[in-house]
Write a protein that binds this ligand. Structure first.
Ligand code: GLU
Length: 474
């Protein structure tokens, strides 16, 4: 049987393509590409009257900056190849969006739905203990975060388990990000990856020259969108794009099938239905199709794969009928499919940029934890007081000079309100997505050998990593 390219090989293929266009010093290309280490642990937890053995991984791809950063995934599909590919993507992602971390990723081979909350807590605490023994969770060396199958709840358990092991570490909270607000989290982290997808698309639609490459014009309003996976990332992206940018989400693909509605699906209602019934089947707001994956091939303007890797591969790439793919998931398009899609003129906004919103807001959370103060706490009221002085002075001047201007209520309210944590997080995220897009665009548009956005993203990222290595003297 012919060898099927693994996820890690696929990432390496894309890396090699970009690195081949660059003038890296000898040996550096390999140093950047290879995964530094992968730790495998098998631990037992006594549950339901017997010992169950679980297999966990934490892979560190690059320590050119520390701490290294990346989520922990709970899924039965977790394996070493996948964790290493995801860790590599974290390295490139962090470099591209300029968050000062190296890349890492972890996973536990488990079906989280097969265990109750108490059991999951015991398993998670035990996994944290194993990671902590090897410095694979630590505010200064390795900072996990949520990924598929994990969320705020698991991060709170991990932070608490770490704190108990290191009671004298004043920065203990910063050992993981994606925590609930009550355990040291930050506003806007849960929605951050979906928000980042929205900001990335808004930025894309600000540039006529890049839109032209995808044969798109106009605004996001009315664009037909297909979303695969209505988990944390897919749900928020779909919800923001439909509610705030007036996109029409014409198809949502989930585990048990797909819902189609050319008039646009009500995302909140569908999410409610999934929560209540466990799937999309039976949802009244659209037509149900059992073969969900075939619906990736429906015609649309924007396709958002937001679930797992390799869903668009050499088997189906030729039948994809969209203009633009934005990779909300990590690695949803294989290297082989990428070539096929490009030859069809489909533009791909690559994962390392498109889903970087999560780690960007994780960075803000980590900084918040280290500084032990919430964002905006010192300056918010001061900002409001200065705005009030200006408004009062303007009103006095207008009365004194007989001009009698009245400032509109909306303006006054907006201007007189200092930014809270959520607004600052959104502003920081928006800035990150816009700046990184400009860097990718510059390389893409001004370099004849760079013919797609993924290669441009790799070039920006590899350049930054190689600069760090060069300045380290390695
Ligand atoms: N798991 C997310 C990702 O793949 C977030 C990582 C983080 O916040 O560290 O980017």
């Amino acid at each position: 049987m012919a060898h099927r390219t693994s996820f890690r090989e696929s990432v390496e293929k894309m890396f090699n393509h970009a690195a081949g266009l660059m003038d890296l010093s000898p040996g550096l290309e390999e140093k950047i590409r290879v995964c530094n280490s992968t730790y495998t642990v098998r631990f037992g937890v006594r549950l339901r009257g017997q010992i169950h053995t679980f297999t966990g991984y934490r892979s560190v791809h690059s320590e050119h900056m520390e701490p290294v950063k990346g989520g922990i995934r709970y899924s039965l599909d977790v394996n070493q190849d996948e964790v290493e590919a995801l860790a590599a993507l974290m390295t490139y992602k962090c470099a591209l969006v300029e968050v000062p971390f190296g890349g890492s990723k972890g996973g536990l081979c488990i079906d989280p739905r097969a265990w109750n909350e108490d059991e999951l807590e015991r398993i998670t605490r035990r996994f944290t203990y194993e990671l902590s023994r090897r410095n694979l969770i630590s505010p200064s060396q390795n900072v996990p975060a949520p990924d598929m199958g994990t969320g705020e709840r698991e991060m709170a358990w991990m932070a608490d388990a770490y704190k108990r092991l290191h009671p004298d570490d004043i920065n203990a909270k910063a050992c993981v990000t994606g925590k609930p607000k009550t355990a040291g989290g930050i506003d806007g982290r849960v929605e951050a990856t979906g928000r980042g997808v929205q900001y990335a698309l808004r930025e894309f639609f600000r540039h006529d020259d890049v839109m032209k490459r995808a044969n798109l014009e106009g605004t996001l309003s009315g664009k037909r969108v297909i979303v695969q996976g209505l988990g944390n990332v897919g749900y928020h992206a779909a919800q923001f794009l439909s509610a705030e940018d007036k996109c029409l989400v014409t198809c949502v693909i989930e585990r048990d099938g797909a819902i189609l509605n050319p008039q646009g699906i009500n995302i909140d209602a569908l999410r409610g239905h999934i929560r209540a019934t466990g799937g999309v089947k039976g949802f009244a707001g659209g037509d149900y199709h059992e073969n969900g994956l075939a619906m990736l091939e429906q015609e649309c303007d924007i396709l958002i794969p937001a679930a797992v890797e390799s869903v668009i591969n050499s088997d189906n790439a030729d039948r994809i009928k969209t203009k633009l793919i934005i990779e909300a998931a990590n690695g949803p398009v294989t290297a082989d499919a990428d070539a096929i899609l490009r030859s069809k003129g489909i533009v791909i906004i690559p994962d390392m940029y498109a889903n970087a919103g999560g780690v960007t807001v994780s960075y803000f959370e980590w900084v918040k934890n280290l500084s032990q103060i919430s964002l905006g706490r010192l300056e918010r009221r001061h900002e409001e007081a200065r705005a009030r002085m200006l408004v009062e002075e303007l009103e006095r001047l207008s009365a004194d000079t007989g001009l009698n201007w009245t400032l509109s209520k909306g303006f006054k309210e907006g201007f007189l309100t200092g930014a809270d944590e959520l607004e600052l997080v959104r502003s920081g995220l928006d800035d990150t997505m816009r700046e990184s897009f400009m860097k990718m665009k510059e390389v893409w548009m001004n370099n004849a050998r760079v013919d797609d956005m993924r290669t441009a993203a790799y070039v920006v990222s590899i350049r930054r990593i190689s600069n760090v290595y060069n300045s380290l003297g390695l």
